[in-house]
Design a protein around this ligand. Structure first.
Ligand code: BES
Ligand code: ZN
Length: 639
C-alpha cells in the first residue's frame, strides 16, 4: 500500500526548537530537507536529488518531520447527558532518528493523562490560540512506539453538534455529528491536524443502546444489544476526514457498494432521491479510475448540518435540504463522491491549496452529471457556477488576494478563505486546460494524476510541476497558469459555457419587468436549474406586484425545493418585498443550518437595511446552528 511516508523529510534544525507555543515560530521554520525514501515502492513526484520545499502547514502545530502519527486506535464513549466524548486515542509513531518529542494539535480538550509505550509521561500544553488551539507536546525517544492520550471533549467542542430530539427529523432521540474540515478535528481528537499528514484508524464507540454510531470507516448497518461498535479505516486519510455521527439511524441499500443511512422517517425519501448513486460511482470510475474505498454510503443528517455535503471517506455526510423529491439536487452527491478521488485520494497539502480539492471536485462532479444526464445538464450547472464565481469576485473585490486560486491563509482561520473561488475558478481553470488539449488527453492526464498521487498530498507548486511535465510540455501548450493560480479575478481567457435552456429562460425573464409573466404552459417542463436561473436573473426593476404574481403562480416561497425557496427569498429581500413570506422565511432560517443558505439570506436582510429582522430571527434560531455557521453569522451580524 502507498502511504505518504515515502517522503519523510528529516529536518536537522528541529532539535533546537523547544518552544512551540506560537505559530510564528513555526512559520519561521524553513523546510529545506533531504528526502529519505522510506517506502521506495511508489513513484516520485520530485527528483529525489533535489531538495524538496514543502511549506510548513501554518494551521497545525505538528512537526511531522520529527515524529509522525501513523495509526490511530480510538476508544470513545458518547455521553449525551453531559454532551461529552471521553476515552483514549492511541497512536503508533514513525520517528526521525533524533526525535525528542511529538507535537499534536488540540483545542478545548481536557487531557487526563498521556503515556508513551505504557508509561506515564509529563506533557505540556502550549499557549492557546483561538482557531489553532493548543500544541500538546509529548516527550518521546526515537525508539518510542506508541502514545496514548486519555481525554474528554468540551460540551462546546467546535466540531461537535449535540442535538436534542426536537432538532432531529423524528424528534424522538438525540443526535450527534462531527465536522472536521478544515481544522476542527482537534476539538474532538488530539491529532496532527494537517491535511498533509495521513493516518489509518480503527475505533470503538460506545453510545446509548437505542442509537447507532457510524464513522468515515467500515460501518455497522444495524444496532446491537451492547451499544459498543467497532470501525476500521484501512486507507490512510488526513485527520480532517475523521468523522462520527450517532443517531436513531436505519440503513437501506442502493446498489452493490452503495447505500443510505437516515432517521427512520427520512430513509425512503433518501433512497429514492439517491437512487442513481451506484450509477454515479460507476460513471466516476469510468472517467478517472477505480474507487479505492470499497463502499460508498451517504448519511442524511438533521437540517442543522452546516454544509450541503462533507466527503467523509466511505460515508458522505449530507444535508436533508437536497431531498427535493425529484432528484434535482443530487449533483451534490456527485460532488462528494468525486472527492473520493480529488481530496480524499489526492489531498491538498495545506489549506492554501484548497482549490486542489474543490476545483478538481467541481470539474469532476460536472463530468459525472454529464455522463449520467447529458451535456445540457452539466452546462446548466456550470453556468450557475459561473454566476456564483462572478458574484464571489464582486463580493470580495476583483483584485482581492482571496480571489487567487492559491491562497494565503497564514494567521487566519482557514475557513475564512474557503470561498466559491476555489470551487468555480478552479473548475473553470481545469475546463480551460481541457479545451486546450482536448477531452481525451485531459482525461488521461487526470486519471494518471490520481493514480500517481493516490494516498498522497500535493501543494499547488507540486501540481504546477506535474502539470507542466505531463500536460503542457508534452502537448506544447502555452497557458497563463500563473495568472490563473496566483492572479486575482477572472482571467480573460476563462471559458464561456452556454446552455440553450438558459438562453430560452433569458428571453422570458427579460419580459417580467414589463409585467409579462411566463405562463405555466411555457414553464411546464422547466427543471430546478432553469428556475434557479430565472429567479437569479430577475432584474432590479421587477416590482412587488410582479413578485406577488409570480409567487402566486409558482409558489416559490413554499417550495419544497430548498434551493428554489432560498433563491426566491434572497431575490425578494434584495428587491425589498418580503413581508408576505416572513413566516416561511423564519421557519426556513429556524430549521435549516446550512451556511450556504444562511449567509446570503442574513446578508440580504442586512443589505436591505433590516438588520433588526436579521438579528431577531438569528436570536431565535442560533441554538439550532452548528458552530461553523454561527461563527460566520456572528461576524456578519456583529454579535
Ligand atoms: N468539503 C466541502 C465542505 C467544506 C468545505 C467543509 C470547507 C469545510 C470547509 C464539501 O465537499 C463541499 O464542497 N460542499 C458543498 C457542496 C458542493 C456541491 C459545492 C456545500 O456544502 O455546499
Ligand atoms: Zn467539495
Amino acid at each position: 500500500m502507498n502511504t505518504d511516508l515515502k517522503q519523510f523529510n528529516y529536518f536537522s534544525g528541529l532539535k533546537n526548537r523547544t518552544n512551540l507555543n506560537t505559530i510564528d515560530m513555526i512559520k519561521n521554520v524553513l523546510i529545506f530537507a533531504t528526502t529519505i525514501t522510506i517506502v521506495a515502492c511508489t513513484q516520485q513526484v520530485h527528483d529525489a536529488s533535489q531538495p524538496i520545499e514543502r511549506p510548513q502547514d501554518t494551521h497545525s502545530y505538528a512537526i511531522p518531520t520529527e515524529s509522525k502519527t501513523q495509526h490511530l486506535s480510538l476508544d470513545l464513549t458518547a455521553d449525551f447527558t453531559r454532551q461529552v466524548l471521553s476515552g483514549t486515542a492511541k497512536y503508533s509513531l514513525v520517528n526521525s532518528p533524533d526525535a525528542k518529542q511529538i507535537v499534536l494539535d488540540t483545542r478545548d480538550l481536557m487531557i487526563h493523562s498521556v503515556t508513551v509505550d505504557g508509561a506515564d509521561v509529563g506533557y505540556t500544553l502550549g499557549k492557546s490560540n483561538t482557531h489553532l488551539g493548543q500544541a500538546l507536546t509529548i516527550p518521546i525517544k526515537p525508539e518510542s512506539k506508541a502514545i496514548t492520550i486519555n481525554y474528554e471533549t468540551a460540551p462546546t467542542a467546535a466540531a461537535l453538534q449535540w442535538l436534542n430530539p426536537q432538532q432531529t427529523a423524528d424528534k424522538k432521540h438525540p443526535f450527534l455529528f462531527t465536522q472536521g474540515q478544515a481544522i476542527l478535528t482537534r476539538t474532538w481528537i488530539p491529532c496532527q491536524d494537517s491535511p498533509g499528514i495521513r493516518i489509518t484508524y480503527d475505533a470503538q464507540i460506545t453510545c446509548p443502546k437505542d442509537l447507532l454510531p457510524v464513522m468515515s470507516a467500515s460501518n455497522p448497518t444495524e444496532k446491537n444489544a451492547t451499544g459498543t461498535y467497532t470501525f476500521e479505516m484501512k486507507q490512510p486519510i488526513p485527520p480532517y476526514l475523521l468523522a462520527l455521527a450517532i443517531g436513531d439511524l436505519n440503513y437501506g441499500d442502493i446498489g452493490k457498494q452503495t447505500g443510505v443511512y437516515a432517521e427512520p422517517s427520512v430513509l425512503d425519501k433518501a433512497l429514492f432521491e439517491f437512487g442513481d448513486m451506484q450509477a454515479m460511482l460507476e460513471a466516476a470510475e469510468g472517467l478517472y479510475g477505480p474507487y479505492l474505498w470499497e463502499r460508498y454510503d451517504v448519511i442524511v443528517l438533521p437540517p442543522s448540518f452546516p454544509f450541503g455535503g462533507m466527503e467523509n471517506p466511505r460515508l458522505t455526510f449530507a444535508t436533508p435540504t437536497i431531498l427535493a423529491g425529484d432528484k434535482s439536487l443530487t449533483a451534490l452527491i456527485a460532488h462528494e463522491l468525486a472527492h473520493s478521488w480529488s481530496g480524499n485520494l489526492v489531498t491538498n497539502a495545506t489549506w492554501n491549496d484548497f482549490w486542489l480539492n474543490e476545483g478538481f471536485t467541481v470539474y469532476f462532479e460536472r463530468r459525472i452529471m454529464e455522463t449520467l444526464y447529458g451535456e445540457e445538464y452539466a452546462n446548466m450547472l456550470a453556468m450557475l457556477g459561473f454566476q456564483d464565481l462572478q458574484h464571489e469576485v464582486h463580493a470580495l473585490g476583483k483584485s482581492h488576494k482571496d480571489t487567487h486560486l492559491h491562497l494565503d491563509l497564514d494567521g487566519r482561520d482557514p475557513d475564512d478563505g474557503m470561498t466559491d473561488i476555489a470551487y468555480e475558478k478552479g473548475a473553470y481553470f481545469l475546463t480551460l486546460l481541457e479545451e486546450k488539449v482536448g477531452r481525451e488527453a485531459f482525461d488521461k492526464f487526470l486519471k494518471d494524476y490520481f493514480e500517481t498521487h493516490k494516498f498522497q498530498t500535493l501543494t499547488t507548486d507540486e501540481f504546477k510541476v506535474y502539470l507542466n511535465q505531463h500536460l503542457l510540455d508534452p502537448y506544447a501548450i502555452e497557458v497563463n497558469i500563473d495568472e490563473w493560480i496566483h492572479g486575482a479575478g477572472i482571467p480573460d481567457n476563462c471559458p464561456s459555457i452556454t446552455s440553450d435552456k438558459f438562453t430560452k429562460v433569458d428571453a422570458i425573464v427579460s419580459n417580467v419587468s414589463k409585467g409579462d409573466l411566463p405562463t405555466q404552459a411555457t414553464t411546464n417542463d422547466w427543471t430546478t436549474h432553469e428556475w434557479l436561473h430565472f429567479i437569479r436573473a430577475l432584474g432590479d426593476d421587477v416590482d412587488s406586484k410582479a413578485l406577488d404574481a409570480l409567487n402566486g403562480l409558482y409558489g416559490f416561497a413554499d417550495s419544497g425545493n430548498s434551493e428554489i425557496a432560498a433563491a426566491w427569498f434572497e431575490k425578494s429581500i434584495q428587491l425589498g418585498h418580503y413581508d408576505y413570506f416572513r413566516p416561511q422565511l423564519e421557519a426556513f432560517l429556524y430549521t435549516v443550518g446550512r451556511r450556504k443558505f444562511l449567509t446570503p439570506l442574513y446578508s440580504a436582510l442586512k443589505e436591505a437595511g433590516d438588520i433588526k429582522t436579521a438579528k431577531a430571527i438569528y436570536a431565535k434560531s442560533k441554538a439550532n446552528y452548528h458552530s461553523v455557521s454561527t461563527q460566520t453569522l456572528d461576524a456578519l451580524l456583529g454579535e
